[in-house]
Write a protein that binds this ligand. Structure first.
Ligand code: HAM
Length: 403
């Protein structure tokens, strides 16, 4: 028997119902913040991710679903959404047009990781990207939107915040960090030694306990920000406090993608095990230019939907619509016609097998219908239908013309 690929899941109810509810809730909130729906292809040129996410990142280095297509193009399944949105933004010349452009999207992403709870090879993100606003007020709005989405779903979270500095303050910080790493070479792991030359700040989120012990003494990004990054980081923290959003500063939060500068954040949950990051994002003011567009400030985030599913508190499911059936086969064409008319405005589930009364009532219960509507011999002869309201526990026989 053919099985699904490792790390790629089918989604049935109740997960599928929670997924749908998540998309509805997040979409409504994103629209309230002025964001517009956006779609882009799942397959892109590999070079797009190498240049944006970064050659030294785990995503590009180890996790891409990359192949040569029949036209000899080097392509890959998107491991994340931001790069594709930026590519589309430049391709449509929105960078040249200027102004503010705000998008939201959702769909599958692909990373060839070792599957475990909360870590899949095909997973789904809900993402937000905002272009054209340099002010940190937009960063604050995005974080508040993300908090609104999680609150609406009944999910508690912790927010971790950091600033990764800008072109001015990052290079001198990086130099300080490399000097520190050189002095600590004998205590740190192989990966960190490699990163010291490829992308030193990534050492800060090394999962190795002894490296982390050593990095307690490492120079901190937050202490090395330039004047303007420092002011912005302060404004952001004040805005969050004033709006009742708790956070903690995590000076080791560097994110696994290379395009970030200034604000970086992650939302984590302590209720879902080791893969605790439920969303992440930040500012990426240089990426549009880096992908050959006109310099445009930008900020965004993405939520990992699978990691949230078990935490979502759904509203109590309520009975809705009609269950319809007949007590003999002669009634079937009549019930099909009546159902078709009703379906123009209501949810209708038709039972094609004729059954007795009691079994139809059981069937209506099973599909959570509000009404059970049945046609028996009498109703067929009189042109009527028997309807029971399963919530109000009332029943009546009505003419099919007025049903
Ligand atoms: P990311 O942190 O790589 O950021 O992914 C965002 C979220 O996707 C993570 O917090 C996690 O919940 C979920 N996720 C990541 N990998 C997996 C996996 N293998 N299985 C299940 N869930 C996963 C980005 O992708 C950026 N594009 C976010 C962004 C948008 N930054 C700016 N704009």
């Amino acid at each position: 028997m053919i099985q699904s690929l490792r790390g790629m899941n089918d989604m049935f109810a109740p997960d599928a119902e929670r997924y749908e509810y998540f998309i509805e809730t997040a979409t409504a909130i994103a629209k309230r913040y002025g964001f517009n729906y956006f779609e882009s292809p799942l397959l892109e040129e590999t070079a797009l991710f190498k240049r944006s996410v970064g050659e030294s990142s785990d995503i590009v280095g180890k996790e891409m679903y990359q192949f040569i297509d029949k036209g000899e193009n080097d392509v890959c399944l998107r491991p994340e959404g931001t790069a594709g949105v930026v590519r589309a933004f430049i391709q449509k010349k929105l960078d040249k047009q200027g102004g503010i452009h705000r998008f939201f999207y959702h769909g599958p992403m692909f990373r060839y990781e070792r599957p475990q709870k909360g870590r899949l090879r095909e997973f789904h993100q809900f993402g937000i990207e905002s272009f054209g606003v340099a002010s940190v007020l937009e960063d604050a709005s995005l974080i508040m939107m993300l908090a609104d989405i999680l609150k609406a779903l009944g999910i508690s979270f912790k927010l971790k915040l950091n600033s990764l500095g800008c072109q001015e303050c990052m290079p001198p910080y990086r130099e300080k960090l490399v000097n520190f790493l050189e002095s600590a070479e004998e205590y740190i792991c192989h990966d960190c030694l490699r990163r010291k030359s490829t992308n030193p700040i990534r050492v800060l989120d090394c999962k190795n306990g002894s490296c982390q012990e050593k990095y307690v003494d490492a120079p901190k990004l937050a202490d090395n920000l330039c004047g303007s990054c420092d002011v912005d980081f302060g404004v952001l923290q004040n805005l969050l406090r004033e709006n009742g959003i708790d956070f903690e500063i995590d000076t080791h939060l560097v994110r696994g993608l290379d395009y970030y500068s200034k604000t970086a954040f992650e939302f984590v949950s302590d209720e879902i095990g080791a893969q605790s990051a439920i969303a992440g994002g930040g500012r990426y003011d240089r990426l549009v230019e880096f992908l050959d567009g006109k310099e445009t400030p930008a900020v965004g985030f993405a939520i990992g939907i699978e990691r949230l599913l078990e935490l979502i508190k759904m509203p109590e499911s309520t009975r809705s619509g009609y269950y319809m059936g007949t007590m003999d086969d002669e009634g079937l064409p009549i019930i099909m016609k009546a159902a078709q008319a009703k379906r123009q405005s209501e949810r209708v589930v038709v039972e094609y097998k004729s059954k007795n009364f009691k079994n139809h009532l059981k069937g209506a219960d099973k599909v959570n219908a509000r009404y059970c509507a049945i046609i028996g011999e009498n109703e067929r002869n009189e042109g009527t239908i028997w309807v029971k309201d399963l919530e109000a526990k009332t029943e009546e026989t009505v003419s099919l013309d007025t049903f």
